[in-house]
Ligand binder design. Structure first.
Ligand code: ZN
Length: 108
C-alpha cells in the first residue's frame, strides 16, 4: 500500500509532498504537523529509478534508434515516458519514518 499518512501523528501526506519528494530524487518527506521525517524505502528507491530512469530511457533509445543525430527526439520521447513512470512510482513507493539514529548521511 502506498504511503499516505504520517506514521507518527497520522497527519495526511499530500500528493504534492510526494511529488516534490520524487522530483528531488526521493528526498525525505517531513510531516508538516509533527516534523517527523520519512525516508523512502531502499526497495522503493530502486523501483523508482527503474521506472523513471532505466525503462523510459531504454524505451526512448529503442524508439528513436538512439536519437542518432537528433538528440532532442530522444529527450522528447524520454520525458513523457519518465513522467508516466514517475506517476506510477509516486503512487506506489513506500516511506518509512526514521529515528534520529538511523538518518541517512549520519555516518562519515
Ligand atoms: Zn506527523
Amino acid at each position: 500500500m502506498a504511503f499516505n499518512q504520517c506514521e507518527s501523528c497520522q497527519e495526511k501526506i499530500s500528493q504534492k509532498q510526494r511529488w516534490a519528494s520524487a522530483f528531488f530524487s526521493y528526498r525525505p518527506i517531513v510531516c508538516q504537523e509533527c516534523g517527523a521525517s520519512h525516508h523512502i524505502e531502499p526497495r522503493s528507491r530502486i523501483k523508482g529509478s527503474m521506472f523513471v530512469v532505466f525503462f523510459p530511457l531504454f524505451l526512448a533509445i529503442f524508439l528513436t534508434s538512439g536519437g542518432e543525430g537528433r538528440p532532442y527526439e530522444l529527450i522528447l520521447t524520454y520525458l513523457p515516458l519518465a513522467l508516466l513512470g514517475m506517476l506510477y512510482t509516486v503512487h506506489t513507493v513506500n516511506y518509512r519514518m526514521m529515528n534520529d539514529g538511523e538518518k541517512e548521511g549520519g555516518r562519515r
